[in-house]
Design a binder for this molecule. Structure first.
Ligand code: GCU
Length: 646
């Protein structure tokens, strides 16, 4: 099957492609824009103009700059996009596509558009060689890698080009092409296999996507033959400088490195008694002369914990490790922080590291790949979750302060014909790009865009159905899985499906501490790990007490008796029962709504989603039954509504 057109079916180019269009400017991306326009006009009967713009319906014009901004206006029957440079022109083109016929109606006062975050990146956890446990794509639910097959970069890169086009159309401008866990084969992409990365970069570049590479901190040892990777050792620094110069010789606009160090077994500066700032700065120093950046991940914690030890708290780790280093990182080092303090759970508070390092450049990392949110077999549109994260004000003052410099998502795309396994998971990829461009955007409006582009000319009934299925799908997923922010309760290893005690006695620091009396983790300062005190006010106070802590995060911050009454007025145990019954009912209802959309959606797409709904409902029931019977057995408290708990 040919790859799905996703949000760029040819039809969405009709309004533009049936007009008289002039493209002006210089720069490689102007050629891309001109080719897009020519293709659209050929298909839809428009005309590509040259020379004087008098009779143009649309003028797309780029100044010689490098900015990504553009101004959109319409006067006297001509729509104009005046861009700061060729990169802005590409974004402007896709803006016109999104507007459809509206781009050519009435007058439009000049509007300036500029991305709020300069770097909008997708990290691919793709392996070059198939990993014996993790496979081709670590936590990948969309088939194989777009980039790598049979142990090397793919020969045919048409799909990579199509991917670049799709992600550029929603605002993404960078991609990291390999897994943050850098295994032996992948380590060599930095050196003797850089040519393969260069081919990918050549394919991504015409759509304004810069290429980044995950590298191992131990590269000077494993690739360079040095006996140390100590970041303060002059030979190590020289090695990084030379290796990096060779990378830039192959890829002149290379974006930089992504590094997972001292994390889940990856090597790092701790082995040499150095700090993470020392480590990041060694690589930043090598990249600086070339304009590159190192993305240094803050996902550093003790993964060899003992569940009996209630003082060690994985949630604290990033803040404990990194806040003392604020101000010590090089200007071209970006600390990449997961949005929550744990690990992409369905509900977590925003990481207290965000906002706590004013002198450090920060990237927020979210997970489009649905490792803990249904693995692209369940519908779970994450727009509302990401929007909450991006709107959170660490200092409590809305609209004040800087949240981050970059937004990064672990990509959910692979070589699956629908790109993302579940066709509706395309909405996550699209929404990520649009929120990275404008973190204040209304997720519902972004979903409207996605629906309109993906299903041009769709009847209102289809749009309504898609909203009904997607709008609250995150809350539905939350209802039938781990309750009240407690997290995990998944099957170990692959992380799919329920396993209430799956990670309860493991070394990963992932506990809910359920016993016969209660459940949850005490993270307050008064009687817990002190994690809540890592927040600035008012959050430290809000989270400290079960009386003020938001219900949805209660068990993240507090161990409470089953009879504890939530702010909603329900007891914790009754909330667990009720939400698990509701979550399944909502999944069943979504399945019913989807069935009613047959005939309005392409048959292959409809069938794929319908099949996946069978699995979602099956799995949701399994979650409901396992969680409810677990807590019935632990607590001995029956469901006050007398429903059968299996
Ligand atoms: C999660 C995930 C791993 C991944 C890690 C990371 O723990 O399960 O597969 O490597 O996050 O973000 O580095």
């Amino acid at each position: 099957m040919e790859a799905d057109a996703a949000w760029l079916p040819p039809e969405v180019f009709r309004p533009l492609g049936s007009r008289r269009v002039l493209v002006r400017g210089t720069g490689p991306l102007v050629d891309t824009v001109a080719a897009e326009v020519a293709d659209a006009c050929r298909r839809h009967g428009g005309a590509v103009l040259s020379g004087a713009p008098d009779d143009a319906d649309l003028v797309l014009e780029a100044d010689g700059g490098s900015g990504e901004g553009y101004t959109l206006a319409r006067r006297d029957g001509t729509t104009t996009v005046t861009a700061e440079g060729d990169r802005g022109l590409l974004h402007g083109l896709f803006h016109v596509v999104r507007l459809g016929e509206d781009a050519f109606r009435g007058d439009r006062a000049p509007e300036e558009h500029r991305p709020a975050l300069a770097l909008r990146m997708l990290d691919h956890w793709d392996n070059v060689a198939v990993h014996p446990v993790m496979g081709q794509v670590e936590r990948g639910y969309a088939g194989g890698s777009l980039f790598w097959a049979d142990g090397r970069a793919r020969d045919g890169l048409d799909r990579v080009r199509a991917y670049a086009r799709l992600i550029a159309a929603c605002g993404v401008n960078a991609v990291a092409v390999n897994n943050v866990n850098v295994h032996a084969t992948e380590a060599r992409l930095l050196t003797d296999r850089i040519g393969e990365v260069a081919r990918l970069a050549d394919t991504l570049r015409p759509y304004g996507i810069r290429t980044h590479l995950s590298v191992t901190f131990a590269a000077p040892v494993v690739l360079g033959g040095l006996e140390t990777a100590d970041p303060l050792d002059a030979r190590v620094r020289a090695w990084w400088a030379e290796a990096t110069a060779r990378v830039y010789a192959a890829i002149p606009d290379f974006g930089g490195y992504v590094v997972k160090a001292d994390s889940e077994g990856q090597p790092g500066p701790f082995a040499y008694g150095r700090t993470h700032a020392d480590g990041a700065n060694a690589l930043a120093g090598a990249l600086a002369p070339h304009g590159g950046t190192v993305h240094w991940r803050a996902f550093v914690y003790d993964h060899r914990q003992d569940w009996r030890d209630r003082s060690t708290d994985r949630a604290r780790a990033a803040h404990d490790h990194f806040v003392p280093l604020d101000g010590a990182f090089a200007p071209n080092a970006v600390l990449q922080v997961k949005h929550g303090p744990m690990d992409f759970q369905v509900r977590e508070p925003v990481s207290p590291l965000i906002g706590a390092m004013p002198r450090t450049r920060l990237a927020i990392e979210v997970q489009a790949t649905q490792e803990y949110t249904g693995q692209q077999r369940h519908v779970c549109w994450l727009g509302p979750m990401w929007s909450e994260v991006l709107r959170f004000r660490p200092d409590g003052e809305r609209a004040a302060g800087r949240l981050a410099d970059a937004l990064v998502a672990v990509s959910n795309a692979g070589d699956d014909p629908f790109w993302t396994g579940h066709p509706l998971a395309q909405a996550n990829l699209y929404t990520f790009g649009r929120l990275a461009w404008d973190p204040g955007a209304e997720p519902g409006a972004v979903l409207d865009e996605w629906i309109a582009l993906t299903h041009p000319g769709a009847p209102a009934r289809l749009a309504e159905g898609l909203h009904a299925v997607l709008d609250s799908s995150w809350h539905t997923y939350e209802k039938y899985t781990a309750p009240l922010g407690v997290g995990f309760m998944v099957q170990p290893g692959h992380h799919y499906g329920p396993g209430v005690d799956g990670y309860e006695y493991s070394p990963w620091g992932t506990y809910h501490f359920a016993d016969r009396d209660g459940v949850g983790v005490d993270r307050g300062a008064a009687r817990g790990t002190g994690f809540a005190a890592q927040y600035a006010e008012p959050w430290a106070t809000v989270y400290e007490s079960p009386d003020t802590c938001p219900d949805e995060l209660l068990l993240f911050f507090h161990h409470v008796p089953y009879g504890h009454v939530l702010r909603s007025g329900k007891t914790v145990i009754q909330h667990i029962y009720d939400t698990h019954f509701e979550g399944v009912a909502e999944a069943e209802e979504a399945r019913r709504v989807w069935a009613g959309l047959a005939g309005l959606v392409a048959p292959a797409r409809h069938a794929r989603v319908a099949d996946l709904f069978e699995e979602q409902v099956r799995c949701a029931r399994e979650w409901r039954d396992q969680v409810n019977s677990y807590f019935l057995r632990k607590s001995g408290v029956p469901d006050e509504r007398g429903r059968t708990v299996y």
